[in-house]
Design a protein around this ligand. Structure first.
Ligand code: BGC
Length: 737
């Protein structure tokens, strides 16, 4: 008999049920989102669950403890996906895992892999991409990293929490093909490639049932089709019926309270819950606990290697920074005199708000990052910002005061938790206020003239923030520029161009903003997303050409909102129901199939150097195709390139997108003149569409489009598939009848 079964046998029904319900926010690790219930008589410990995607989210200060518990803030997920580099993301996962481990956290509530269905999704920064393959592969790398140190990872939010409007109740209506090929596919790939410890069922409903109360989703698809063996938990306070949750396939209701335990016990007594269902769920919880660091008696140090992890955060930001435009200005030289405009240059937004917000000890601002690398930042412009933004600085003082108050409260009495929550929320509100509401254009003409004369270049940062609980808005100051921001771009560009000086824009944003109205005004545009605490140092390295930019867009950058079908149905106000009527045509699948031109396409990102491709071959090898090529750096700067394989299907009987990403690989760092051999394997099953309850790959001539973005295709090869292939939902090959 297994250990789990042995333990289970010794538990009374109430004890088994208690395992299915969390014990509320964590006591063991203050500030962690939750913990399970212990069973002292059997030495079953409580295990701790903490957010989140960009770093371990715990309280940085504790009652009566004269020590700090800061975590590294890594780049947000959208930037991790922009690396297109699973190796780097695995390192990030490992570093976050190590911090979790050393802070006493057993299960990390990350990564999030909902789909960027539109650019307005409020949590896009926490999610990877509009494409399920890129999302799934990057998520798997993250999970492997976290789990390599013994901490469990959690895929979330399963499924359809692709917008925040009405997230606790909105009913997502989507057909099975759309779900299987896009929204579920990201999770399916991540599970196949990384065996995550846990999955979190989302708040919203799916086709009429809360995801947490949805047997089709949690039992049929997840357990039966995909063979998932880990733990299924609810999102915090999700759904409306704990009994239905357990019946549908939830193992752990979070954060949980005694009332829920009582409801489940009553349901058992009234015959609504069967003992075998309770046992099945309790076994999953127990086996998760038995694998945990707590159960193994690991003594956490509270001393993670924050310095080493800062280096990992820096490396990831280096790979996730995307160059959108460069009219001969970048890279700049060390010693360049730069005038920095935009409050984001001085208060760089490191991450989004909500449960994805990690408490880092510091954030390097763009001004600091550039100065450290010997770019001469103009002090007169900075002074104007400081004077003009006095309220902002007073707010800064306010934060300091808050910190001191909080420290005293936390260290001296038991109201610490409340103070911590208040602090947490107010710190986030202040971030929001700084980013969204401070005006940008306080400069006199004469002053701008002087600044343009004495500097070599202008750098303007545009920042935005978003967070859990609300979506981005199609208004000035959010998706669109505010008048003062536009005026700043216009006036600085006109003045600098008059003196033959260039203008560089840095976008410090959670997801795309309008770019068409202003991109022609400026000479270069770099996207740093929400780049974590070290992003500005990485930016400085890229500005100086220590490495060419090598990040690529993980989503399509529209010319305007409403260009694609999904955005046209976006719920600007919360609704009861939202139909994904665009079906599988999300992101580039829509743009490419319907001939719509975006501002920048999926997979796009410029470099300072050039790459040449040679010896390209595509061969079919039983159940996969193998693509081989040589990539050579033929330009003047060190760099990496992302080889992207898009497959265009034959015109068969199935309605399919024009092309889909089916494989990708980033080269190693190539010095000028250096070459890399790239090999990409694509399983034939990846070409399948989900039609009439099975997966099918139609026979015919497939075009293998090898490129460096979805629209910059360098070489096209063909591959004949000589018969139809069919698979059931478990991916077992079946007859195509
Ligand atoms: C979020 C989850 C998070 C949980 C615990 C919820 O509000 O949606 O992503 O893991 O809280 O903090």
């Amino acid at each position: 008999m297994s250990k789990v079964e042995d333990l289970l046998k010794q538990l009374a029904i109430e004890e088994k049920i208690s395992l299915l319900v969390g014990a509320g926010t964590s006591v063991i690790v203050p500030g962690a989102a939750g913990e399970t219930r212990s069973i002292p008589k059997l030495s079953v410990p409580a295990i701790v669950l903490a957010d989140g995607p960009a770093g371990v989210r715990i309280a940085p200060l504790r009652f009566s403890v004269d020590k700090e518990f800061y975590a590294t803030h890594f780049p947000n997920a959208i930037m991790l996906a922009s690396t297109w580099n699973p190796e780097v993301v695995e390192k990030v996962g490992r570093a976050i895992g190590e911090e979790a481990k050393e802070y006493g956290v057993d299960i990390l509530l990350a990564p999030g892999l909902n789909i960027h269905r539109t650019v307005l999704g409020g949590r896009n920064f926490e999610y990877f991409s509009e494409d399920p393959l890129l999302s799934g592969v990057i998520a798997a790398a993250y999970v492997r990293g976290v789990q390599s140190v013994g901490v469990g990872a959690t895929l979330k939010h399963f499924v359809g929490n692709d917008q925040e409007a009405g997230r606790m109740y909105v009913n997502i209506i989507a057909d099975e093909r759309t779900l299987r090929e896009v929204y579920l596919r990201a999770f399916e790939i991540a599970i196949e490639l990384s065996k995550p410890c846990a999955i979190m069922a989302a708040y919203n409903k799916l086709n009429g049932y809360y995801c947490t109360q949805n047997p089709w989703l949690l039992t049929k698809v997840l357990r039966e089709d995909w063979g998932f063996e880990g733990l299924v938990m609810t999102d915090w306070f999700a759904g409306d019926n704990p009994v239905e949750q357990i019946k549908a396939g939830v193992d752990l209701i979070m954060p949980g309270d005694d009332n829920i335990v009582k409801k489940l016990v009553d349901a058992y007594k009234h015959g609504e819950l069967k003992e075998e269902d309770i046992d099945r769920r309790a076994k999953n919880v127990l086996s998760t606990i038995l694998k945990s660091l707590k159960y193994q008696g690991y003594r956490w140090s509270n001393k993670p290697d924050l310095e080493e992890h800062a280096r990992v955060a820096h490396e990831a930001a280096l790979e996730g920074t995307v160059l959108l435009k460069n009219d001969g200005v970048l890279p700049i030289k060390s010693g360049t005199k730069a005038a920095l405009f935009g409050k984001g240059s001085y208060y760089t937004v490191r991450g989004g708000l909500g449960s994805g917000y990690a408490h880092a000890r510091y954030t390097v601002s763009i001004a600091e990052g550039l100065r450290e690398r010997d770019i001469k930042v103009d002090e007169d412009v900075e002074k104007v910002y400081r004077r003009h933004m006095l309220p902002l600085y007073e707010l800064g003082d306010c934060i300091e005061m808050f910190r001191r108050l909080r420290d005293t409260a936390i260290r001296s009495d038991n109201k610490g938790f409340l103070t911590w929550v208040l602090f947490d929320v107010s710190e986030m509100l202040i971030e929001y206020y700084r980013t969204m509401y401070l005006l940008e254009d306080p400069f006199e003409d004469q002053f701008l003239e002087e600044v343009a004369k004495k500097n070599d270049v202008a750098i303007i940062t545009i920042s935005r923030i978003s967070g859990e609980g609300w979506d981005r808005k199609p208004v000035e100051g959010d998706y669109y520029l505010r008048d003062d921001e536009y005026r700043l771009l216009l006036r600085v560009s006109e003045t600098f161009h008059k003196y033959d000086k260039k203008v560089i824009v840095i976008l410090n944003i959670p997801s795309p903003i309008d770019i068409i109205s202003w991109r022609d005004l400026v000479d270069a545009i770099l996207v740093i997303w929400l780049p974590g605490q070290e992003g500005s140092r990485a930016l400085a390295d890229i500005l100086l050409g220590k490495i060419s930019p090598n990040g690529k867009l993980p989503l399509t950058w529209p010319k305007d909102l409403g260009q694609d079908a999904a955005t046209r149905t976006f719920p600007y106000e919360p609704r009861q129901e939202l139909e994904y009527s665009e079906g599988i045509y999300v992101g580039y699948r829509y743009y490419d199939t319907f001939g719509v031109e975006p501002a920048y396409e999926f997979g796009y990102g410029l470099s300072y150097t050039n790459f040449e491709f040679s010896e390209v071959s595509v061969v079919k090898d039983v159940d996969k195709m193998k693509i081989k090529l040589k990539v050579k750096n033929v330009g003047g700067y060190p760099g990496k390139e992302v080889i992207q394989i898009y497959i265009k299907p034959p015109r068969g009987s199935i309605d399919k997108p024009y092309q889909e990403l089916k494989g990708f690989k980033k080269t190693k760092l190539l010095k000028p003149g250096e070459e890399d051999d790239v090999v990409i394997d694509i399983p034939i099953k990846y070409l399948a569409s989900y039609i009439k309850n099975r997966w099918i790959v139609e026979k015919g001539l497939y075009k293998i489009r090898i490129g460096v973005s979805s629209r910059d295709i360098k070489i096209v090869k063909t591959l004949e598939i000589d018969r139809d292939y069919c698979f059931n939902t478990k991916w077992i090959q079946i007859e195509c009848s």
